[in-house]
Design a protein around this ligand. Structure first.
Ligand SMILES: Cc1cc2nc3c(=O)[nH]c(=O)nc-3n(C[C@H](O)[C@H](O)[C@H](O)COP(=O)(O)O)c2cc1C
Length: 475
């Protein structure tokens, strides 16, 4: 029989109606009402909301006062609590908690896998420790629970498990830990997918799984925490900073007074002369080499106007929003476009910020070493001998979106980069230019080149543009 101490999550409360036979269990999102509560059940529920007890102790207690029918009902209730993700499992050492597994998903599974005293176990490469509200917490994107490590011995056990260990080793090397406690601790981490078992041939169960092997730690963590299902963090438009921190403006203030007014095309004329939508869609392709004659200021103006200008500003509470040619979650528009102009007729080479409301390029610097490095990085990404004529660097004013959205802010920004890329591709194709998205850029270098605070605004995408060679043939 497992020795884990079972208790309810701290956010589950028991409401006992005075002199009534009814008790209510209340979680933040669900309520269970128990009518005609027997004394055994009432006591067991009270234990679960306070110090907890092992499954065996709870069962004995219920059976003692409620007999066999009460025991059967208790199994049913316990199963329900488990399905709701209400039950914590703890390991204690001398009445002090050593590890507490708290469910973070409603269909939390605690499979009760056995721990063989001879077997070796090691920490999953997906498990990580961090400090949350002054507690050390072990989490993993593979797990539907988080494990609180409230004790120096728990941290020492986790540190030891960075290398394969059996329970005997753990007990020998950490004072105060018996083999039995080590076994319970390992079982708790194994049941919460924090550990992987070392096979007889020396390989790890986890590494042999070819699906998992192809996930990197940061990607899987980002995926699980920015989608519903495997966590219970607040998510969506929660406005958690409303009334505490001012939101950023809908349009970033112009970054310099030294600006170039850009050409504005006549949209009515374009509607009449543009190639049909399907031919634009079908001709769209990534082009990494350019014509003899470079892009010019009029083309760059038209391209930016059609892809990314502010169409209108919209007054809205609690924050102003805008309308632009590409879509954006909440119409918040956190993305900024910076341009490294390498060669563009009638526009001096250098680094600019695109002011989307004024439809201007604001001069930031000439081709400094940092700017040259940004261009070099873009050239390397394409593998083409032609350096980009214009490199567009898409940066995010992170807090503009994170002020409203929780759990999904960064994932949403990357989606915005995608929709902006496609808008740019289609506009460039309709204009017979040479576009190409890039997959990787240096955000630290960008922050240095522009002088932004990396955590407030830096690059999250790159796109290159140039003139199309009239003899261009798709290979
Ligand atoms: C997100 C993303 C990242 C990309 N990264 C690069 C890149 O770093 N270098 C490059 O030469 N092309 C890059 N491309 C262009 C793709 O290679 C190209 O879209 C793909 O080969 C399909 O060809 P097509 O665009 O001509 O249809 C990228 C495209 C996207 C959408």
């Amino acid at each position: 029989m497992e020795q884990f101490v079972l208790s309810f999550r701290k956010d589950i409360s028991l409401i006992e109606e005075p002199e009534g036979e009814q008790v209510i269990l209340q979680s933040p999102d669900c309520k269970l009402t128990f009518k005609q509560v027997t004394s055994g059940l009432r006591t067991a529920l009270n234990i679960l909301v306070t110090k907890g007890a092992t499954a065996q102790q709870l069962m004995d207690l219920v059976q003692q006062s409620d007999r066999i029918v009460g025991k059967l009902k208790w199994f049913y209730h316990l199963q329900k609590f488990s399905e709701l993700g209400w039950l914590c499992h703890s390991v204690f050492i001398d009445d002090i908690p050593l590890a507490i597994a708290i469910p973070i998903a409603s269909d939390n599974q605690f499979p009760a896998r056995d721990v063989d005293i001879q077997c070796q176990y090691t920490l999953s490469r997906f498990a990580y420790c961090h400090q949350v509200e002054q507690q050390m917490v072990l989490e993993s994107p593979l797990s539907q629970a988080k494990v609180i490590l409230p004790n120096w011995r728990s941290a020492a056990l986790v540190a030891k498990l960075a290398k394969p260990q059996n329970c005997h080793n753990l007990a020998t090397e950490i004072s105060g830990i018996t083999e039995e406690i080590a076994q319970q601790f390992v079982a708790l981490l194994l049941n919460t997918q924090m550990l992987s078992q070392v096979q007889q041939n020396g390989t790890l169960e986890e590494a042999e799984n070819i699906t998992l092997a192809q996930w990197e730690f940061h990607d899987l963590l980002f995926h699980t925490r920015s989608r519903k299902g495997r966590h219970n963090n607040p998510a969506g438009g929660t406005y958690r900073f409303l009334g505490k921190i001012e939101t950023l403006p809908a349009v970033k203030p112009k970054m310099s007074a030294d600006s170039i007014d850009l050409y504005k095309p006549d949209l009515e004329t374009l509607k009449a002369v543009d190639p049909p939508f399907t031919s634009v869609l079908e001709q769209r392709t990534s082009i990494r080499n350019y014509g003899q004659t470079s892009l010019n200021a009029q083309q760059l103006g038209e391209f930016l106007y059609r892809s990314a200008r502010v169409r209108t500003l919209i007054k809205m509470e609690p924050a102003q929003i805008s309308s632009r040619p590409y879509p954006c979650g909440g119409a918040i528009y956190e993305l900024e476009i910076y341009l490294v102009v390498n060669i563009c007729e009638d526009i001096p080479s250098g680094l600019y910020h695109y002011a989307p409301e004024a439809h201007q390029l604001c001069w930031l610097s000439g081709k400094t070493d940092h700017v040259e490095e940004l261009l070099k990085g873009a050239s390397q990404s394409t593998g083409s001998p032609d350096p980009p004529q214009v490199l567009m660097i898409i940066a995010s004013r992170f807090q503009r979106l994170a002020w409203k959205y929780e759990s999904i802010a960064y994932a949403t920004m990357l989606k915005h980069v995608g929709v902006l890329y496609q808008t740019m591709y289609l506009v460039a194709t309709a204009m017979d230019l040479a576009p190409c998205a890039l997959g990787y850029g240096d955000s630290d270098l960008f922050a240095k080149a522009v002088g932004t605070n990396y955590y407030a605004e830096t690059s999250i995408g790159e796109f290159i543009l140039g003139s199309k060679d009239p003899n261009y043939q798709e290979s």
